[in-house]
Design a protein. Structure first.
Length: 136
């Protein structure tokens, strides 16, 4: 039996085609981790959750950032070890993240892990544990 979760309803903040900028803190908070460390944290999180981690966006240019999308208002509840950076509405700035469509041409953005109805966000406490272990 295939226990893989499907995305029957696309969250309203995911564009139908291409990619679009979304304001952090409105639909989600985010934690940004660059490069190999971002890939390592994404892999650990996905392996721990049986590859059902919630939405992780990866940027395929420049710093190769990974954006772990959390429920709005949850990133500030944790103290994120460097080089992870929480992006929230309470930062006082206007942070935007590129969000790719579920399918089609979305370069330079892509999903490392897609949102599902069952897992619309990455769980903040679990991500914090994975980041802390990865930087120790």
């Amino acid at each position: 039996m295939n226990s893989r979760k499907s995305l029957d309803r696309v969250p309203p903040w995911v564009p139908a085609t291409g990619h679009a900028l979304r304001h952090v803190g409105v639909h989600f908070d985010a934690v940004r981790i660059s490069g190999i460390l971002g890939e390592e944290v994404a892999y650990r999180l996905m392996a721990f959750t049986d590859f059902q981690a919630g939405p992780i966006v990866r940027e395929l240019t420049r710093d190769r950032n990974f954006y772990f999308l959390l429920p709005p208002g949850t990133a500030a509840a944790h103290r994120w070890p460097a080089p992870a950076r929480a992006l929230t509405r309470s930062d006082g700035g206007a942070a935007f993240i590129g969000i790719p469509a579920i399918d089609g041409l979305t370069w330079p953005l892509g999903w490392r892990s897609r949102p599902t109805e069952e897992d619309p966000f990455v769980e903040a406490g679990l991500l914090h544990q994975m980041v802390t272990r990865a930087v120790e």
